[in-house]
Ligand binder design. Structure first.
Ligand code: 5RP
Length: 265
């Protein structure tokens, strides 16, 4: 691996081989989604506990302090919205030149396998990888499922993840599912898990993250279940313990409860 590529990867994946990425890119198709109306305010208390931020250039420039920043994974695909015809019809929205100017550690793009736009999104990924490799910038592929969350099974997510890796993604973001080892075992590059829409209890999140890590994921790219939680700092500290300290779901719950009640900072 080239020095630049390796250096960027090492900013993202920590020395224990794990990572906690915090995505705040949702506005690129959801608009001012709940708790992310003012992204800078939402993430300020969370910054010390994440390893990298997944963000668009607009929020990066308007809400993040360049003097006190975490490594950045720049969201470079988009062009669709919640109210438009098809979320899968994304293009590349940001050039590699811009990514370099912003000094990012990686770029991220969604792929939509099994949709009408499968071909376009996969070729977009391949072209982005060509550009990224030229300059030593890793590409994270996001295996998007659009509104069809029922597609979250090991066969489908394993297919998407493997295709993303075959096309050159250096990291693949996918969803947790039952039999998650089938996804990680079929994917030759590191896999991180997204959270999806906010679930009812924190414990559910700690359980699936724990299970995914045991089954080969290196960490998360998990947003709404952190910053839409009533106690986001408690949630991210507990998740950090699962990822970086091998805490069990119950230990994570104990951390959550004690931060929430003010017994632990
Ligand atoms: C949104 C994304 C997010 O980065 C990804 O879905 C992770 O966020 P969450 O945990 O909220 O699902 O790609 O477009």
């Amino acid at each position: 691996m080239d020095w630049g590529m390796e250096n960027r990867m090492s900013r993202l994946i920590q020395s224990d081989g794990r990572c906690l990425f915090l995505p705040i890119d949702h506005g690129y198709f959801q608009g001012p989604t709940r708790k992310l109306e003012k992204p800078g305010e939402t993430i300020e208390p969370l910054l010390p506990y994440c390893d990298a931020l997944f963000v668009t250039r607009g929020v990066l420039r308007s809400a993040l302090d360049p003097n006190n920043a975490k490594p950045i994974i720049l969201r470079v695909s988009g062009g669709t919205s919640m109210v438009g015809a098809d979320l899968a019809n994304e293009g590349i929205t940001t050039s590699m030149e811009e990514a370099i100017r912003l000094n990012v550690s990686a770029v991220g793009i969604s792929i939509f396998v099994g949709t009408d736009y499968e071909h376009d999104s996969l070729l977009n990924l391949a072209k982005l990888v060509d550009e990224g490799e030229k300059y030593g910038i890793p590409v994270m592929a996001v295996t998007a499922v659009g509104k069809e969350l029922e597609k979250r099974d090991a066969r489908y997510l394993g297919l998407c993840s493997r295709i993303a890796a075959e096309l050159g993604a250096r990291v693949v973001k996918t969803y947790w599912c039952e039999e998650f080892d089938k996804v990680t075992e079929g994917c030759p590059v590191p896999v991180v898990m997204a959270g999806g829409p906010k679930v009812d209890t924190e414990l559910e999140v700690f359980e699936f993250v724990y299970d995914g890590i045991q089954k080969g994921a290196i960490g998360v790219n998990l947003g709404r279940n952190v910053w839409q939680n009533e106690f986001p700092v408690a949630a991210i500290k507990a998740l950090r313990a699962v990822i970086h300290e091998n805490a069990t779901p119950q230990q994570a719950q104990d951390i959550y409860d004690s931060v929430k009640s003010g017994k632990q900072e």
